[in-house]
Write a protein that binds this ligand. Structure first.
Ligand code: FRU
Length: 536
């Protein structure tokens, strides 16, 4: 559910009017050099003012029906990682990596929205733009915290740096902007953490994505890094500060040891119940059975954090999500103590977009986290239940080989909250067919004996899809799960499946025409199941 301004078309000339002439690289330069230091009477830079004007106008022209109804999307243009997910003065703020002028990545800004209930979001003007000498190369990912009534944003400032031989390089440091929930000012002390503060041999070009928090009167922040020689290992550094301006390197808090990718992007580090959780999004991972895919993954480790010694002992790694579209999640603590996670529901490796779309990138539904042993349970925020309409339910429905696919009156749609529970029966395989229409369908298939659950979107309107299918194991060991339950959220172009009460999640996009809204069920053998559906 989106409130406030929405969106529209930006043709090339128009984009240039707002963004500056030329291609991306050139715009990057002009943002960095010419416009960055010009400010109006209120101190707002020309780069930010233009972005705000552009999104207000172009955003209005995005047809509302192309947007999901209860997920965050950019006002217009490109969106990636969630940033600055935080509570500020009683409201939840969410920022995002944003390039308003195109549906491709460009010099990064921070888009902005807020909510009271994680479901109904209000759009706010672009918060920060690459408009200073220290961040002209982009305002990359970061986080936020409330401090003394101010909203502090901590982000990676990408800076153009000239070497003595005249050549240029882009270095990554960390900077702070503080504001009132709408307007933000970058501190004169920026950048507050520089790559020079890292030990010898650490990379100046991969040092990013600070996650800031406050604990016992101190600020802490973790951020990702790697060795300058590439060394296939993610590094995680911990910094501390009394005032968020003067920072001290505490230590190398964790490292991937060659096993978990080559660079740890978007780290998050938080207490959950009696444990501590580290979330990282490693690049360049090797495929590992059904658990991890080749390339970028989002991984969590549950462990123990010794707050005196600042030491973290971690357990096994698990993926946060087994779907095709999930990356760079971030968490925050809600007012009532719940730990809420939100992720970018898209990916770099297989980034598909139907022609003519004026926005790209959406967030997952915010998820409540809890622990079951060393694994996370993730469930959609409970507030979503307030938006359910038109309940239709069935119990003890039988389906077997001879029935083919069966459909049930009232069970269809593309914007819904659907609970399916296999109640029992002698079945080998049970399938839920979603988004079915002419020539298209998306399948969720459970093979009981193997304990394997598969999402198949090979007929889901994704041309040149490199990853049409993904499977996951749903049991912990050899146990056979007979009574599998799945909660399925669809929001026009997205599908999120929470299996086994949220013990496994799969998130994916599907660009099937919205008229393809039929749902049916089939089995090999004979299965008995129940269904409960709400429109959203
Ligand atoms: C992850 C990421 C971050 C970086 C941002 C730039 O998706 O690569 O590491 O800060 O995107 O947009």
């Amino acid at each position: 559910m989106q409130k406030g301004k929405s969106a529209g078309k930006g043709d090339c000339a128009e984009r240039e009017k707002y963004a500056g002439k030329g291609d991306c690289a050139e715009r990057e330069k002009s943002a960095g050099r010419t416009m960055q230091n010009r400010r109006d009477m209120k101190g707002m830079s020309e780069v930010l003012r233009r972005a705000r004007e552009y999104e207000a106008e172009a955003g209005r022209r995005v047809p509302e029906e192309t947007r999901p109804s209860f997920h965050v999307t950019p006002t217009v243009g490109w969106m990636n990682d969630p940033n600055g997910f935080s509570l500020y003065q009683g409201e939840y703020h969410l920022f995002y990596q944003y390039y308003p002028y195109d549906v491709q990545r460009g010099p990064m800004h921070w888009g902005h929205c807020k909510t009271k209930d994680f479901v109904c979001w209000e759009r706010l003007p672009c918060a920060i733009a690459p408009d200073t000498a220290f961040d002209g190369g982009g305002c990359f990912s970061g986080s936020a915290v409330e401090a003394d009534g101010k909203h502090l944003l901590m982000y990676t400032s990408v800076m153009e740096d000239r070497l003595p031989d005249g050549s240029m390089r882009l270095i990554q440091n960390q900077s702070i902007a503080e504001g009132d929930g709408i307007n933000y000012e970058k501190l004169p002390e920026n950048p507050v953490i520089t790559w020079e503060m890292l030990p010898e041999g650490c990379s100046w070009k991969d040092f990013r994505d600070p996650k800031i928090w406050k604990e016992q009167g101190q600020f802490y922040a973790v951020m990702g890094n790697r060795k300058l020689d590439g060394g296939n290992e993610g590094l995680l550094f911990l910094f501390s500060s009394e005032d968020a301006k003067n920072w001290k390197l505490e230590k190398l808090l964790d490292r991937g040891g060659g096993e978990w990718g080559g660079m740890w992007e978007c780290p998050d580090f938080f207490a959950l119940e009696k444990a501590q959780v580290l979330v990282v999004s490693p690049q360049f991972m090797k495929e590992k059975e059904l658990e991890f895919r080749e390339g970028s993954n989002s991984v969590y480790f549950v462990g123990f954090y010794d707050r005196e010694k600042l030491e973290f002992a971690r357990d096994k790694a698990y993926p946060l999500d087994y779907g095709m579209d999930f990356y760079a999640p971030q968490t925050m603590e809600a007012e009532d103590g719940r730990r809420i996670l939100i992720g970018w529901m898209q990916n770099y490796e297989n980034n598909l977009l139907p022609e003519g779309m004026l926005w790209t990138g959406m967030m997952t539904i915010p998820r409540e986290l809890s622990l079951v042993g060393k694994r996370l349970r993730q469930l959609p925020v409970r507030e979503l239940e307030n938006y359910r309409r038109n309940k239709t339910d069935y119990t003890e429905i039988c389906v077997s080989d001879v029935d083919g696919r069966i459909s049930l009156d009232g069970i269809k749609g593309r914007s819904l909250d659907l609970n399916v529970e296999i109640q029992g029966g002698e079945y080998e395989e049970f399938t839920v067919w979603l988004a079915c229409g002419e020539g298209c369908e998306t399948a969720l298939i459970y093979r009981k004996k193997e304990g394997i659950f598969t999402l198949d979107r090979s007929k889901s309107g994704m041309k040149n899809d490199q990853e049409p299918c993904r499977s996951m194991s749903v049991s912990e060991g050899a146990e056979v799960i007979d009574k599998l339950n799945m909660r399925i959220l669809m929001d026009k172009v997205s599908l999120e499946v929470f299996v086994n009460d949220g013990m496994r999640v799969m998130s994916s996009l599907l660009y099937t025409p919205l008229a393809a809204d039929k749902i049916s069920f089939s089995a090999r053998g004979r299965a008995v199941f129940s269904v409960e559906k709400y429109d959203l």
